[in-house]
Design a protein around this ligand. Structure first.
Ligand code: HEM
Length: 505
């Protein structure tokens, strides 16, 4: 029988039969053990139909947290033929993400942003391999703890500016945190050649790079990540290639200015200068160096700004916890001098407050995707080679065994009975294993000095009793604005506070 003789109902019945057969086969495939030795995948919600995307589409980390409660701390999802593993508790994160770090150092392939926009050179997106090792070694050399110490002066001065900015314009405290983070990262990356005003052409170019990033990573914006073949369709990647040219030329110009400053003997100490002075040692091409320096802004600027704003939010929402830190600050530092990095070891309450704030509202709620390069067996289940693996920060932060009464904001959980910081507690603010954030020592110092200065200077209060909209923390990878209104009441006479910040006493 030829097809043109089929009636409409016969066609519909035929299509339905084929669809059902495919769905049955797909569901069978879903339930099948992924490895040859028969170990099952971790449990998880099955996609009912083969076209269904099992990964949640909104409020992702919170939905995953609910599923972890239903299916267990290590669960699996299928997205087409792709296996996605979600890790949702401290023990499993330690046993899998940390101990199997060598197997999870890779990233899943990202065609639109990683390969085309970033030209395969952006550290955060790059897969494991020879280039990754060279970049990571270079970045580590200039951001490890000893090197991070050398940026403290920049951070201290910029944190004092935050206090002055808040005194001048208290309503725009989120903007002040963003300005802090942007100016610190530009200073430490490029030294003295840093633009300062927000309408500087370079700042405008950086903002365009960030807009391009958001446009590329918007869910559904580029199908090429699901259908790699589209990469070869003429014209399809034109805009992405334009974005790449745009950011590459910005990053080349920025590093080029450092090179010019060096040739005039006017370059301050910076990450860029250190890279240029050690080209032989790191074996990086000019564009690899330009990208490595340029992409620090995207990785370290908004993350730090959200961290500082989260500390303000925690203080505003939890006056009793704030008062406890201020008691400690008043005893250790007093009101006649400004907190400094030298006070670091004397302020366990402050460190506990920071740790709890970063657990209570994780800065990167979902975490970043890793890729397993070999099968990992965990408690009889198999995380198969090729799976995408997320250590979901929000789910881990709600682990009721590691953090009893996890919704409660309780900095004291980080302290032992003698009031010192516990060494057996941890949260994964900066990620996992060999991909752990290389900027964490710089970031921790930023959070410390801002928290110390803010709580030394102000009592921070919430303007209204309206509940905080949790979805804003959970929907985006990085939450660019936090929905709360804070009031900053100076803890001493305002002119004295201004003078002390200006003179750094
Ligand atoms: C509070 C601020 C920050 C937070 C919460 C944060 C968090 C993270 C996280 C979760 C990752 C991914 C880790 C993983 O894949 O498991 C990461 C990667 C990265 N971060 Fe940070 N970060 C912060 C600040 C910074 C700063 C200040 C810099 C640079 C000076 C920086 C540079 C990077 C780079 C280059 C990567 C990519 C590393 C790789 O893929 O191997 N970050 N960060």
């Amino acid at each position: 029988m030829s097809f043109d003789r089929l009636s409409t109902p016969q066609c519909v019945a035929g299509v339905a039969a084929v669809t059902s057969a495919v769905a049955v086969l797909y569901n069978k495939y879903q339930a099948a053990p992924p490895t040859k030795d028969g170990r099952p995948l971790p449990p998880g919600p099955p996609a009912r139909w083969f076209w269904e995307n099992a990964f949640p589409t909104s409020n992702i980390p919170r939905t995953l947290t609910d599923w972890v409660a239903d299916y267990g701390p290590v669960m699996s999802l299928r997205q087409g033929s792709q296996v996605i593993i979600i890790i949702g508790c401290v023990d499993a994160a330690t046993e899998i993400m940390e101990k199997e770090g060598g197997v999870l150092v890779d990233r899943p392939r990202s065609i639109a942003y990683g390969e085309i926009v970033s030209g395969g050179m952006r550290m955060l997106m790059i897969g494991s391999g020879e280039r990754f090792r060279r970049l990571r070694k270079a970045i580590h050399t200039y951001l490890q703890p000893k090197a991070a110490e050398t940026y403290q002066e920049i951070q201290r001065d910029a944190a004092r500016d935050v206090i002055l900015d808040i005194l001048n314009d208290p309503k725009r405290y989120i903007k002040h945190a963003q300005r802090y983070a942007a100016s610190v990262i530009l200073r430490l990356t490029y030294g003295k050649s840093t633009p300062t005003s927000s309408d500087d052409p370079e700042v405008l170019r950086i903002q365009q790079v960030l807009r391009n990033l958001q446009a590329t990573l918007r869910p559904g914006a580029y199908l090429v990540d699901r259908i790699p073949f589209l990469k070869h369709v003429p014209g399809y990647t034109r805009v992405l290639k334009m974005y790449h040219e745009f950011e590459l030329s910005l990053f080349r110009d920025q590093l080029g200015r450092v090179r010019d400053d060096m040739s005039r003997n006017e370059a301050g100490a910076s990450f860029g200068r250190a890279l240029l002075e050690n080209i032989q040692e790191h074996q990086l091409s000019n564009d690899e160096m330009a990208y490595l320096a340029g992409s620090l802004f995207v990785a370290g600027s908004d993350t730090t700004a959200v961290g500082i704003t989260t500390l303000m939010l925690a203080a505003a929402c939890h006056p009793e916890a704030q008062a406890r830190v201020q008691e400690e600050i008043d005893t250790v530092i007093g009101k006649d001098r400004v907190p400094t990095f030298e006070d670091w070891d004397q302020l366990p309450q402050l460190h506990a407050f920071i740790s709890e704030a970063l657990r209570w509202r994780p800065i990167i709620p979902l975490g970043f995707a890793h890729r397993a390069t070999k099968d990992i067996v965990w408690r009889g289940q198999c995380i198969p080679a090729g799976a995408t693996v997320y250590g979901c920060h929000w789910a881990i932060s709600r682990d009721s065994i590691a953090f009893p009464d996890a919704e409660t904001f309780d900095p004291q959980r980080w302290l032992d009975p003698t009031g010192q910081l516990r060494t057996d507690m941890r949260f994964f603010t900066y990620g996992f294993g060999r991909r752990v954030c290389p900027g964490l020592d710089v970031a921790n110092r930023s959070l410390y000095i801002n928290c110390a200065l803010l709580l030394w200077s102000f009592r921070i209060m919430k303007r209204s009793d309206a509940p905080i909209d949790v979805s804003v923390f959970t929907d985006a990878i990085i939450s660019l604005s936090l929905p709360f209104e804070a009031v900053f009441v100076p803890r001493m006479e305002e002119t004295k506070l201004r003078e002390m910040m200006q003179q750094g006493m």
